[in-house]
Design a protein around this ligand. Structure first.
Ligand code: NAD
Ligand code: UDP
Length: 310
């Protein structure tokens, strides 16, 4: 089995490459290193089945593979808003190119979609049948609408050309190998707490997210790819919902930090509530998140402690 992982040098991609190699697959990791790092995958070169291709999926490429996991796209708001047009191109042209490969060689293609397709949701928890509440012209739109069009392309290629597709909607996932400067809330809070800096809460901190540990997410992603009939979309994550203030207080306690909390303005269109309905994942995939937030945070804090020390 030869598998292509786009965005393979990123946070989720590097964990996925590692798990696939452990399963005995050949893995081609494709990345343009915008937010990915060689250090995330350096340890994978000891596997003879591992290859790396420096490439930008906005440009076409010819490869012979059995499966494609399409993860290439910056995921943190800070990174995807840096060059919004590039984010749209990555989601639309990049997904088109991956679907083109899948159609030509008969590969199965999995698209890493996102809870952001629900926007600032009016239905809670979010079920896959909910069409979302997305601002088409705001600062988050390049990502949200890009991912929505990518889902549309997946289903049109499936209906019109018979391409075998999987669409997963990933909810906030964290863990070791997150970039310390990516601006996401868990990496920000842990790094701030360990450095003794103020924890920056945007708004009052009443907004919620449901945080999933990376190992759970990767297992669910592979379960989705390996399912014989599922096309999706299927939500993947952990449905343990917390406010951002609760998260900040938990991280302060767990790091034994003397940092204070500082309140900064809430970014435009920041979703107020987010929690996956995992009914489809549980009943169709047999998926269950196993790592409690406290346990996942402990492992992530240990990772950042080591990183900051070195
Ligand atoms: P990440 O930023 O760590 O990884 C993205 C990877 O894609 C990086 O290695 C980057 O260099 C690469 N990349 C970006 N644009 C590219 C391009 N044009 N060509 C080739 N490579 C490119 O982010 P992540 O958290 O690992 O997210 C991976 C995927 O999962 C993304 O598609 C993201 O939208 C999706 N996702 C992640 C989360 C999460 O909480 N982590 C939530 C929802 C969806
Ligand atoms: N957030 C925060 N402080 C930070 C970073 C993020 O309060 O230093 C908030 C942010 O406003 C959002 C939540 O935490 O409400 C999750 O933000 P993140 O960027 O991690 O993910 P997303 O908004 O894409 O879910």
């Amino acid at each position: 089995m030869r598998v292509l992982v786009t965005g393979g040098a990123g946070f989720l991609g590097s964990h996925l490459c590692e798990t696939l190699l452990q399963r005995g697959y050949e893995v081609i990791c494709l990345d343009n290193f915008f937010t990915g790092k060689k250090s995330n995958i350096a340890h994978l070169f000891e596997w003879s089945g591992f290859e790396i291709v420096r490439h930008d999926i906005v440009e076409p490429i010819l490869l012979e593979v059995d499966q494609i996991y399409n993860l290439a796209c910056p995921a943190s708001p800070h990174h995807y808003q840096h060059n919004p047009v590039k984010t749209i191109k990555t989601n639309i042209l990049g997904t088109l190119h991956m679907l083109g490969i899948a159609k030509r060689v008969g590969a199965t293609v999995l698209q890493a979609s996102t809870s952001e397709v629900y926007g600032d949701p009016l239905v809670h928890p979010q079920v896959e049948s909910y069409w979302g509440n997305v601002n088409p012209i705001g600062p988050r739109s390049c990502y949200d609408e890009g991912k929505r069009v990518a889902e549309t392309l997946m289903f049109d290629y499936h209906r019109n050309s018979g391409v075998d597709i999987r669409v997963i909607r990933i909810f906030n996932t964290y863990g070791p190998r997150m970039a310390e400067d990516d601006g996401r809330v868990i990496s920000n809070f842990i790094v701030q707490a360990l450095r003794g800096e103020d924890l920056t809460i945007y708004g009052e901190g009443n907004q919620t997210r449901s945080f999933c540990y990376v190992d759970d997410l990767i297992r669910g992603m592979i379960q989705a790819m390996d399912h014989p009939t599922l096309k999706g979309p299927v939500n993947l994550g952990n449905d343990d919902e917390r406010t951002i203030l609760e998260l900040a207080e938990l991280i302060l306690r767990m790091t034994d930090s003397r940092s204070k909390i500082q309140r900064l303005p809430l970014p435009k269109d920041d979703p107020t509530r987010r929690q996956p309905d995992l009914g489809v994942a549980r009943s169709v995939l047999g998926y269950e998140p196993l790592v409690a937030v406290e346990e996942g945070l402990e492992r992530t804090i240990a990772f950042f402690r080591g990183k900051l020390r070195s």
